[in-house]
Design a protein around this ligand. Structure first.
Ligand code: ATP
Length: 235
């Protein structure tokens, strides 16, 4: 049974000021199995971020349905959908750390959603930060960290509740090669332990080195879906 299945999924946006309808994602049929590592590639505006938000139930489609473990999530109430969303760890494209909160406060809001009696919140936060290669930054504010460190904090927040699926939107954009490579190696290990990873990326070199499943979007449609693919593969 596929972990995630999209059937005829489309997303339209109403564009201001002329109220033109933009078909950002069109009639997508897609299945993702538990343990897959999938790159979503395509040029700017191809619909990658929209597709990630649709498949992780962050956004409702205009057409079609999203199934998680064969259950139609699109047909659920908002509250039921939000509960299902707990199985995802999501790092959006734009930074989302709250500037006026410490790193500990930023992570504890998410960690508290899935309490674990065997460990304190602080211990869990420290562990997640260590896993992504960060030292003691608990009492620091986002503005006191580099861009790469902030991305790592966002990744730590995404993994803290042991999600079944990690959905990552341009996690390594604007990071130096060493930092990006460290993150790709970390993600390989997480995937090896069974977590599904779906990642939008422009990082051509890394996509080519990793040789995982590569989905290529063009104008909101899937043009290529290649196992052990390379950036831009369409067959
Ligand atoms: N909230 C929105 N309202 C209106 N149009 C939107 C909205 N979000 C995205 N779009 C448009 O939908 C299309 C797809 O956007 P999306 O962000 O999914 O593409 P992308 O492939 O992730 O692009 P990039 O690589 O630049 O991040 C673009 O033309 C974008 O301008």
């Amino acid at each position: 049974m596929p972990q995630i299945r999209l059937e005829g999924v489309g997303k339209d946006y109403l564009q201001e000021p002329d109220r033109r309808i933009l078909h950002a994602v069109r009639e997508i049929d897609l299945t993702i199995e538990q343990g897959d590592f999938v790159f979503i590639t395509g040029s700017s505006g191809a619909g990658k971020s929209t597709l990630l938000q649709l498949l992780s139930c962050e956004m409702q489609p205009t057409h079609g349905a999203v199934y998680l473990n064969n259950i139609n999530v699109t047909a659920m109430s908002r509250r039921q959908r939000e509960r299902r969303r707990m199985c995802f760890g999501y790092v959006p494209q734009l930074p989302t750390l709250v500037r006026k909160r410490t790193i500990e406060q930023n992570l504890s809001a998410v960690a508290a959603l899935r309490p674990d009696r065997s460990q304190s919140l602080t211990a869990r936060i420290q562990k997640a930060l260590r896993l992504v290669g960060l030292g003691d930054v608990l009492q620091r504010y986002p503005v006191e960290l580099s861009q790469g460190e902030c991305r790592r904090v966002e990744l730590a927040r995404a993994i803290i509740n042991n999600p079944e699926v990690l959905v990552l939107d341009e996690l390594t954009a604007n990071l130096d090669e060493d930092t990006a490579w460290d993150l790709f190696l970390f993600l390989s290990e997480v995937n090896h332990l069974g977590t599904t990873i779906v990642m939008a990326s422009h990082a051509k070199n890394f996509v080519n080195l990793m040789r995982r499943r590569v989905i290529t979007l063009v104008d909101g449609r899937i043009l290529g879906d290649v196992q052990k693919g390379r950036y831009g593969d369409v067959v």
